[in-house]
Design a binder for this molecule. Structure first.
Ligand SMILES: *Cc1c(COP(=O)(O)O)cnc(C)c1O
Ligand code: SF4
Length: 347
């Protein structure tokens, strides 16, 4: 047995990933949109972070709609080439939180592993779009320094598998990594940050659930959906499968201009999530990564949206509006306005 070279038995989700759309012009053609919807400069600007969209996600977009909220998340834009002050390649201070190869340690009690640089979709606003993934572990043996450090630090009670997307790993690799973490006595919870149950629901197999349920520690799954249209029937089934197997599922979303910056969009996202048993967790203010400035929503508008949806949703369907500030001891809540009157000028 060699963990670095597992036998390649391609399951249906792996085939779907191989068949994903990898060219912007193909994305447009599939949606019956004219080629001109994509400026040449957009394709050029985004060579380092190419288009990647699985068909399962593409099928949820409205043909002929250039402004479809799902399409806007994945279609390269000319604006990505713009240099905007304050937008950098490492907006959240990942490089200074790197405690060992593949290990980020920012917050008390929680350690995060960069398990892979690969995802099933490329989100244009991704805060790790310029992360140096090539420096991170690939083989199981490369994980030893990180695992050693976690073993030696009893204050760490939760390990988060992140990336990229940890569910891109084969079941064999995922199981090996999860079991290694599970053997560390002081680890109480294993959290998985993944967009696959949303964009490639076929990844949620009974084998995957069995791996998570076989652990001593409590698994927690945190998915990432930004718009109600993402919660299509196949995605609902996948989410319900995890929830009904007794694994808590939370959602984090990113507030994105023209995608979900309306009370209607946010309300509908929350409702569709709670209707399948997924609890809204965070609504993130955009991390200011180079190339994503055109997605930013001002804080004042973000707070206003939160008060609007608060008056429409049950309390448990409310995400926490947060922003990550490098060096802070947690994600920082953006508290809503307590005053009702609007002022025209900034002060
Ligand atoms: C966001 C993040 C976490 C998790 O924070 P929670 O508030 O517990 O969700 C942990 N580690 C790192 C490095 C993070 O960026
Ligand atoms: S799935 Fe997550 S890590 Fe991957 S591109 Fe999208 S936001 Fe980034």
């Amino acid at each position: 047995m060699d963990a670095t070279n597992p036998t390649r038995t391609h399951t249906s989700w792996q085939r779907q990933l191989a068949e994903a759309v990898r060219a912007p012009h193909e994305l447009l053609a599939r949606l019956q949109l004219p080629k001109e919807s994509l400026p040449v400069t957009a394709a050029e600007a985004t060579r380092g972070f190419p288009t990647l969209v699985p068909h399962s996600f593409l099928e949820r977009m409205e043909p002929g709609n250039r402004y479809d909220p799902l399409l806007l998340q994945v279609l390269p834009a000319a604006a990505e080439a713009e240099h905007v002050g304050g937008f950098t390649s490492d907006p959240v201070g990942d490089s200074s939180a790197r405690a060992a190869a593949g290990l980020l340690h920012k917050y008390h009690g929680r350690a995060l592993l960069i398990t892979t640089g690969t995802c099933a979709v490329h989100c244009r606003y991704c805060f790790r779009r310029e992360y140096p993934y090539h420096e991170e572990p690939r083989r199981m043996s490369d994980w030893e320094p990180a695992l050693q450090q976690i073993s030696e630090d009893e204050s760490i009670t939760e390990v988060i598998l992140s990336g990229g997307d940890p569910l891109i790993l084969s079941d064999e690799r995922l199981q090996t990594l999860c079991r290694r973490i599970d053997q560390i006595d002081h680890i109480e919870r294993l959290r998985i940050h993944t967009r696959l149950p949303i964009v490639l629901p076929a990844r949620v197999t009974s084998e995957l659930i069995a791996i998570l349920k076989s652990l001593r520690c409590q698994p927690v799954v945190v998915v990432h959906a930004n718009h109600g249209n993402e919660i299509a029937a196949d995605c609902e089934t996948a989410l319900r499968t995890i929830v009904r197997d007794g694994i808590p599922v939370l959602n984090q979303a990113v507030l994105l201009r023209n995608v979900n910056d309306s009370a209607e969009a946010l309300e509908s996202l929350s409702r569709r999530l709670v209707n399948v048993g997924v609890m809204p967790y965070y609504l993130h203010q955009l991390d200011r990564v180079h190339g994503a400035a055109h997605f930013e929503v001002p804080d004042a508008r973000a707070r206003e949206l939160m008060s609007e949806i608060r008056s429409r949703l049950p309390g448990y369907a409310m995400p926490q509006l947060v922003r990550e500030i490098p060096g802070e001891s947690s994600k920082m809540p953006l508290l809503h306005d307590t005053t009702r009157h609007r002022s025209a000028g900034g002060s």
